[in-house]
Design a protein. Structure first.
Length: 543
C-alpha cells in the first residue's frame, strides 16, 4: 500500500494526535507534506499533501472555512493537521460537518510538537514507500511487456490483470471485433459496457491517473481506460471495483495492462490489415465480370489452396450505410471480416458506404425469402450496436454458382439501386422482386408504358390529384389482398368501410370490374409501370 493518513497517525510523534473530522478518509494517500502559511495557500497545492497549519491563516478567512474544505478536497489534498491553542481553540461546526461529508480527515495536533518533528518522518516514510512501489510497479510492467514480446493473446493479458487485481476485468474494442471478460462466466461485460456508455453517468478522472476514468451507477462502480487516441469510450479496458476502490498500486497495474494491450492491438491491426487487403482483393477479383468462367475456377482453386473456405453456391448482399462515422466504419468492417471464420462469409468493402457480402447457400436450396431478409436484418442489428440510429438500404441476389458469382453481385447491386430509388430507407429488396421492373425498364418502351398507364389509371390519378385522395394506393392493396376489404383496410390503417367507399369510387370512375381475371393483370401491370415512372428505376448495365 501507499503511505496514507492512517500511517501518519501511526507515527510515534503523532500518538497524542486525534481525528476530529473526516475519519472515513484516513485511507487517503500522502505523497508530500507542507505548511499552510497564507489564507489562499490552497491555490498552490498540487495534490496528496498532508497540510499543517497553526490556524493563524484560517483566522483571516472569516466565515469561508467551510469552503476551505471543498478547496482542499478539489485539489486532492490528503488531510489537514491543525493546532488548536494559540489562534483558534476550535473549528466551526459547519467546517467539521463538511469534512465528515467529504471524508476529508482533519487531525488535531498537540501544540508542543514542532512541524519538523512531523515533516521529517513523513518525508522519510513517503520516499521509502515510493521506492518500494516503483520497484513493484516495474515488476508488474515487465510482466505485461514480457507477454507482448512473447506474442501472448489479449485474453492472456486480461487473465494476468485479473490475477493481479483479483477483480473482474474486461476489454471491449468493436473496431477489432473483440469483447472479452475475465472471468468469462461472470457475465458482467454487458453491465460494465452499459455503465461506461451511459451518458447520464458522469465520468470522473481518477486522481493522479488522468487517463483513468471512473463511472458509477447505483449497483456498480467501473474504472476504465481508453485504448483509442484521442480517448473515447469506443474501446477500453475496464475493472469492476465492487465495494472497495482500487488502490494506487492497482491503478498503476491497470495502466501497465492498458499500455501492453494497446501495443498488442497495434500489432494485431497491422497484421490483420495485410490479410484483409489480400482477402478484399480476392473477393473483388472473384466478382469481376470481365473474368471468364475458367479464369474464375482457377481463382477459386487458388483461394482454396490459401485456406479460404469456399462453397459451391452463394447469394450476394450489398448494404449501403448512409451515415457511418469513421470509427463505426472500421468497426463494421472488422465485424464483417470476422464472419469468414464463423459463417464462411466472403466480404469486401466496395467504397466507404457500400459493403458486399457473399453468403454461402448451404445445399444450394436457395434460402427462403424470409430467411434471406432476416439474415440482412441480423447483420444490420449487429452494426447498430456500434452506432445507433443508422440509415441504410440493402439488395439481395438469388443463389448463384461460384463460377458465375459476378451475376449474384450484379443482381444485388440492381436490387440495392431499386431500393435506393424507391426513396424508402431501412428496407431489404430481393432481386426476385425486381424481375418485372428490369424487364419493363428498357428505354425503348417508355412511351408505350406511359400510354398504358394513362389508359388504365388516368381517371384514378386525376381524382387523387384533385382531391388528395388515395384511390391508386387503395387499388394496389385491394388487388394484392385478392379483393379482401378487411385485409386491405388493415394494410392502409383505415376502417374497412373506408375501403368499401374507395373501391366503389374506383368502380364508378373506371366503369370496369377490376377483379375480373382478364382485367386484373392489366391493372397490376399499370401499377408496376406507374411505380417505375414515379421512382425512376434504373436500367441494369451489363446484365
Amino acid at each position: 500500500m501507499w503511505f496514507t493518513v492512517e500511517d501518519v497517525l501511526a507515527m510515534e510523534i503523532m500518538q497524542e494526535a486525534s481525528v476530529i473530522a473526516g475519519h472515513d478518509g484516513i485511507g487517503r494517500s500522502v505523497k508530500a507534506v507542507t505548511v499552510l502559511d497564507a489564507p489562499d495557500a490552497s491555490l498552490w497545492l498540487q495534490g496528496q499533501e498532508f497540510v499543517l497549519t497553526s490556524t493563524f491563516p484560517l483566522t483571516k478567512r472569516g466565515s469561508s472555512l467551510k469552503k476551505l474544505v471543498d478547496e482542499l478536497v478539489s485539489r486532492n489534498v490528503a488531510g489537514l493537521g491543525v493546532k488548536l491553542h494559540r489562534y483558534m481553540t476550535a473549528l466551526p461546526p459547519a467546517m467539521l460537518d463538511r469534512a465528515n461529508e467529504l471524508a476529508f480527515p482533519i487531525i488535531r495536533i498537540p501544540d508542543h510538537i514542532a512541524w519538523i518533528q512531523i515533516i521529517s518522518p513523513i518525508l522519510a516514510h513517503v520516499m521509502d514507500t515510493d521506492a518500494k512501489h516503483v520497484i513493484r510497479s516495474e515488476e508488474v510492467r515487465n510482466q505485461f511487456f514480457q507477454q507482448v514480446l512473447a506474442g501472448a493473446k489479449i485474453e492472456q493479458m486480461l487473465e494476468l490483470l485479473h490475477s493481479l487485481l483479483e477483480r473482474p476485468v474486461a476489454m471491449y474494442s468493436p473496431e477489432d471485433a473483440q469483447s472479452i471478460s475475465v472471468p468469462p462466466t461472470l457475465g458482467w461485460m454487458d453491465t460494465g459496457h452499459a455503465v461506461v456508455n451511459n451518458p447520464n453517468l458522469p465520468s470522473r478522472p481518477v486522481a493522479e491517473h488522468p487517463k483513468l476514468l471512473r463511472k458509477a451507477s447505483r449497483e456498480h462502480s467501473v474504472v476504465y481506460t481508453s485504448l483509442d487516441q484521442p480517448a473515447t469510450a469506443h474501446a477500453y479496458v475496464a475493472v469492476l471495483e465492487g465495494n472497495t476502490a482500487l488502490s494506487q498500486h492497482e491503478l498503476h497495474t491497470l495502466r501497465h495492462a492498458r499500455d501492453a494491450i494497446s501495443m498488442s492491438l497495434l500489432q494485431q491491426r497491422a497484421s490483420q490489415s495485410v490479410a484483409r487487403e489480400k482477402h478484399n482483393e480476392f473477393v473483388q477479383t472473384l466478382v469481376d465480370g470481365s473474368l471468364s468462367v475458367n479464369a474464375r475456377r482457377t481463382h477459386v482453386l487458388r483461394g482454396r489452396e490459401r485456406g479460404i473456405p469456399l462453397h459451391e453456391h452463394y447469394f450476394a448482399i450489398v448494404i449501403k450505410f448512409y451515415d457511418l462515422d469513421e470509427y463505426s466504419l472500421r468497426a463494421a468492417m472488422s465485424l464483417f471480416h470476422g464472419k469468414l471464420e464463423t459463417e464462411h462469409v466472403l466480404f469486401s468493402s466496395l467504397d466507404r458506404t457500400r459493403f458486399l457480402l457473399l453468403v454461402p447457400d448451404q445445399g444450394n436450396n436457395g434460402r427462403a425469402h424470409d430467411e434471406r431478409i432476416s439474415l440482412v436484418y441480423r447483420y444490420i442489428d449487429e452494426v447498430s450496436r456500434i452506432q445507433k440510429d443508422l440509415d441504410w438500404s440493402a439488395g439481395v441476389s438469388q443463389a448463384t454458382s461460384i463460377t458465375v458469382i459476378n451475376r449474384a453481385h450484379e443482381q444485388a447491386e440492381y436490387a440495392l439501386n431499386y431500393s435506393i430509388r424507391s426513396g424508402q430507407k431501412c428496407q431489404v429488396r430481393l432481386h426476385d422482386e425486381t424481375g418485372l421492373y428490369r424487364l419493363l425498364s428498357h428505354a425503348a418502351i417508355q412511351d408505350d408504358a406511359q400510354h398504358f398507364i394513362e389508359d388504365w389509371l388516368a381517371p384514378l390519378l386525376e381524382y387523387d390529384r384533385k382531391h388528395q385522395s388515395r384511390l391508386v394506393q387503395t387499388l394496389r392493396h385491394f388487388l394484392h389482398y385478392n379483393g379482401n376489404y378487411r385485409e386491405t383496410a388493415r394494410a392502409l390503417h383505415v376502417h374497412h368501410n373506408t375501403v368499401r367507399y374507395r373501391i366503389g369510387k374506383i368502380y364508378s370512375l373506371t366503369g370496369k370490374d377490376i377483379l375480373a381475371s382478364n382485367l386484373r393483370l392489366q391493372y397490376q401491370l399499370a401499377l408496376v409501370l406507374h411505380d417505375m415512372a414515379e421512382n425512376a428505376i434504373p436500367q441494369l448495365e451489363r446484365y
